[in-house]
Write a protein that binds this ligand. Structure first.
Ligand code: SF4
Length: 210
């Protein structure tokens, strides 16, 4: 039987995925995502951060395609996109520097939106179609508890302006979903008052990044 483009896709056991995702965000390995023919993350007007120590990626991309890094991380560079939103390294539907692609691309995993019960934002149709298809498995009570905590953290961050290091208040869907993965433990047993929740989120992210 032929699967339609909207057919559900297995996303794996939730708690195992969460451990792998947290390791990838901590720079300890990439994610193995069943992208199939989806190129959503390469065609959705994302700036790709390239760290200063990613010499092979920086060399392959070339200075002409790189822009200054984000505030707070001046050593890194940003790989931009072409008019229409396609990454400058995408040729046809293939990454032209795949073996040397940046860490940002290796750790990108759109299942993070499914985990956080949100989408990638307006205009990111190809990613959102894929996000809607992911189905996690919950073989143990822990899987369910952890997914609920990730979703609750993301919901809180969407509804409350929380000021993180450097005074930044996250608002982009990608940063909110990633922060929810970093700080989900706050919502396993959330404090009763807002001030403590905010402080706990900031501390949890600082601890993760330390
Ligand atoms: S560098 Fe390659 S993998 Fe990364 S966004 Fe660009 S085309 Fe996609």
């Amino acid at each position: 039987m032929k699967h339609s483009d909207a057919a559900p896709l297995p996303a794996g056991d939730f708690s195992q995925w969460l451990r792998d995702m947290r390791a990838a965000l901590g720079g300890r390995g990439g994610m193995d995502v069943a992208c199939g023919n989806c190129r959503g993350c390469c065609t959705s007007s994302y700036y790709v951060k390239v760290r200063a120590n990613e010499t092979a990626a920086l060399e392959r991309i070339g200075v002409a395609n790189l822009e200054p890094g984000p505030p707070g991380d001046p050593g890194s560079r940003l790989l931009g996109f072409q008019p229409g939103g396609h990454c400058r390294m995408l040729v046809g539907r293939e990454c032209s520097i795949y073996p040397d692609r940046p860490e940002t691309c290796r750790s990108y995993d759109c299942r993070v939106y499914a985990a956080a019960e949100m989408n990638a934002g307006e205009g990111r149709t190809e990613i959102n179609e894929r996000v809607a298809r992911w189905r996690f498995s919950f073989p143990a009570a822990e899987d369910q508890m952890e997914q609920r905590a990730v979703a609750a953290a993301a919901r809180y961050l969407r509804q409350h302006p929380v000021r993180f290091a450097g005074g930044h208040v996250p608002s982009r869907p990608s940063e909110i979903a990633v922060l929810a993965v970093k700080a989900y433990r706050v919502f396993l047993d959330p404090p009763a008052d807002d001030a403590t929740i905010r402080a706990s989120l900031v501390q949890a992210v600082a601890d993760f990044e330390a």
